[in-house]
Design a protein around this ligand. Structure first.
Ligand code: ACO
Length: 401
């Protein structure tokens, strides 16, 4: 047992809060989240309204600069972003060294980190122009880099950006155009992508965002900070869950479609299996993004005329879990990632690119949070611990151990 009095003597009053479940690391004016009521607002605007009415770039502007842009601000922002979409050709040489089966998240975090070497100007918050340029570069180049890894996995040449297209259409064009066949961007597909990116754009102090803030708190450059966020997002308990969800649904389908078997397995702690796409650290009644996305998945599949057996499995699984005492008592509901993979599949995006899509969506949030942390002159992040290891002991020579 831990001797609390002794620990206080040794360490002072240190609060242990594993996973920071109840520790606020900062004050933030960006995103409001009420997990009990299922409310998510960016800068005061509800996620429902933004997903319905806004464009992803507009939401990015809102998150980063605090207000929705005027027509003029929007067109300047859009213009800046479209004119920075090309990536330095020397970065292609780094990219070409990756194996063909490299996971696109590994490629993405490495190349974003490499941007710090290509654009070494330090961020000086007293020189807003430099900071702005870094922000614009990140927003404009991330989709270009993301499509490279997909193209490589297909053995196809990469596509250059087309500055006549909007953000989402440009991404789709770079993904799917072939030298022999130009891709025609379907407005239904582009609108669905726009909505998904908005839903993922920020989510207060989640694992990847806290990582971006923590790395940035040492005044590390913005590219290194965002690259760390991408790495944190990759984990299956965070952004990697969207890939795991589809792989799990496919496995259930290939195993005869018995969803109850998998629900039972998830309830058995010794199995080590969790139902991916269920549960959330903060939402304990429902995830408002999951509601929007579920409807969007139905709309996209019906508009594109796709009937996806994996969707049927998803619906059955959701029903079985929501009727099960284990999931009900622990308030485990489908989260945003339960349905996002189904839409991405319908848009033709391969499973191993799902977390990359999440990263593209989350980028404005990471940038906004990084900027806020620096602007508030927050101190370096440095949690404490309670030491529970060996007491002081004498060194024993190797020959005598
Ligand atoms: N399947 C089965 N049991 C689960 C699941 C699940 N998906 N999620 C949580 N539980 C159980 C836990 O075993 C625990 O049970 P216990 O009280 O008997 O010990 C209880 O529910 C509480 O779970 P915790 O792990 O303590 O909750 P925490 O807040 O730490 O974790 C998390 C949240 C990581 C999201 C978790 O629910 C999970 O692993 N879900 C699956 C992965 C996933 O979908 N991640 C995406 C999150 S959303 C996002 O990043 C955008």
């Amino acid at each position: 047992a831990i001797d609390i009095a002794k620990l206080r003597d040794q360490t002072g009053y240190i609060t242990i809060d594993a996973g920071y479940k109840n520790t606020g690391a900062t004050k933030s004016a960006i995103t409001f989240l009420d997990g009990e009521e299922g409310i998510l607002n960016y800068r005061g605007y509800s996620i429902e309204e933004l997903a319905e009415k806004s464009s992803f770039l507009e939401v990015a502007y809102l998150l980063i600069y605090g207000e929705l842009p005027t027509e003029e601000q929007y067109s300047t922002f859009q213009h800046e972003i479209t004119t920075h979409t090309l990536v330095n050709e020397d970065m292609r040489k780094i990219f070409e060294g990756f194996p063909v089966n490299a996971h696109p998240m590994g490629v993405l975090s490495s190349l974003v980190s490499a941007m710090s070497a290509f654009y070494p100007e330090t961020v000086d918050l007293d020189s807003p122009e430099t900071t702005e340029l870094h922000i614009i570069r990140l927003l404009s180049k991330l989709p270009t880099i993301a499509t490279w890894s997909y193209k490589k996995s297909q053995g196809h040449p990469v596509n250059y950006p087309n500055n006549d297209l909007d953000y989402c259409s440009n991404f789709l064009n770079m993904m799917f155009s072939l030298p022999v066949e130009k891709y025609k961007v379907d407005p239904v597909v582009s609108a669905a992508l726009n909505k998904l990116l908005i839903l993922h754009a920020d989510h207060e102090q989640n694992c990847s965002t806290s990582t971006v803030r923590l790395v940035g708190s040492s005044h590390a450059n913005i590219y290194s900070s965002i690259s760390s966020g991408i790495s944190a997002l990759w984990g299956p308990l965070h952004g990697g869950a969207n890939q795991e969800v589809i792989e799990m649904l496919e496995a259930i389908k290939n195993d005869g479609g018995d969803v109850q078997k998998y629900v039972d397995m998830a309830k058995d702690k010794s199995s080590g299996f969790r139902l991916f796409g269920f549960g959330h650290r903060v939402y304990k009644n429902f995830d408002p993004r999951a509601r929007i996305i579920k409807k969007a998945a139905d709309d996209v599949l019906s508009k594109l005329g796709i009937s996806d057996p994996v969707l049927e499995i998803a619906q059955k699984l959701e029903k079985a879990a929501l009727e099960d005492e284990y999931f009900v008592s622990r308030k485990l509901y489908p989260n945003v990632d339960f349905y996002s993979g189904i839409i991405y599949r319908a848009l033709g995006i391969p499973t191993n690119m799902f977390t990359v899509m999440f990263a593209i969506g989350r980028l404005p949030g990471w940038i906004a949070q990084w900027k806020e942390m620096r602007a508030n002159k927050e101190p370096i992040g440095r949690p404490r611990q309670v030491y529970v290891g060996a007491p002081k002991r004498a060194y024993v020579e190797r020959s005598e151990r």
